[in-house]
Design a binder for this molecule. Structure first.
Ligand code: AMP
Length: 252
């Protein structure tokens, strides 16, 4: 069985985001970039499935500028077998990424396509659902547990986090799974594995070679920071608090 994992390069979660002066987006120059945390969880799950004997290959893919290769190298150091970089300098929106993943899935024929539930830069939470729709594969989104079925070969059971609690679904393979925070704790790449990863292959490919046009119906008009929070006030009594909530904040 082959597992394909989509990993996105994003601004590191610990970095304070700064909006560009022209409000066209956020500053990425000289900013620490890392693998999207939910993609790390997706990769960890793929590696665990391979280590448990359910898969023979973990393929990682990433779409974007030249620096995506660094993210793929990290994924190889964590234990992925092979990597594909779909290289483009265009801005990518979820539907385009989904089309690129559809093309890759059609040629690579993975049994499971694993993605993060969302990328922490745009918080779109759309790519997994869209690619499942394009491929017409079943989807198990927000997975907090993934178990290969022993009795029914060719299916996987996914426990998903939903508003009211947990939902368990059985998916026929091939299937798309997107990962939630509680699924696992991703490993760190060890020094020997970082060295070994230098020898692993990253195949470069273009969207044109995959037959995908990078066009979008979406245009970002403006990006701005949320308004600064006003300083709080200390009230002397409950009566004063009620008065402020009623007559100033107008919330009661
Ligand atoms: P999103 O729908 O943008 O929140 O992203 C959800 C997931 O789709 C991410 O966690 C990745 O697994 C995948 N994804 C989105 N954009 C890319 C990209 N440029 N390269 C690789 N994977 C991506």
């Amino acid at each position: 069985m082959k597992i394909m994992v989509a990993v996105k390069r994003v601004i590191d979660y610990a970095v304070k985001i700064r909006v560009k002066p022209d409000k066209s987006g956020v500053e990425t120059a000289n900013v620490k970039m890392s693998m999207n945390p939910f993609c790390e969880i997706a990769l960890e799950e793929a590696l665990r499935l391979r280590e448990a004997g359910h898969a023979s290959e973990v393929l990682v893919v990433s779409m974007g500028g030249a620096q995506c290769s660094d993210t793929l190298r990290t994924a190889l150091a964590m234990g992925a077998d092979r990597a594909i970089h779909v290289s483009t300098s265009h801005s990518l929106f979820p539907l385009t990424v989904a089309k690129l993943l559809q093309a890759l899935a059609t040629s690579e024929k993975p049994n499971i396509l694993l993605l993060g539930k969302q990328a922490i830069d745009d918080d779109a939470n759309q790519t997994g659902q869209m690619v499942a729709g394009l491929l017409q594969w079943p989807q198990g989104t927000f997975a907090s547990k993934v178990q290969m079925d022993k009795e029914a070969v060719g299916s996987v059971t996914v426990e998903r986090e939903v508003d009211g609690g947990l939902e368990t679904v059985k998916l026929q393979l091939p299937a798309v799974i997107t990962t939630d925070l509680r699924l696992n704790q991703p490993r760190y790449a060890t020094l020997p594995n970082i060295m070994k990863a230098k020898k692993k292959t990253i195949t470069q490919i273009t969207p044109e070679q995959l037959g995908v046009q990078i066009t979008s119906d979406l245009e970002i008009l403006e990006v701005f920071e949320p308004p600064k929070r006003k300083a709080g006030v200390i009230v002397a009594s409950v009566d004063e608090l009620l008065d402020k909530l009623k007559n100033e904040a107008h919330v009661i």
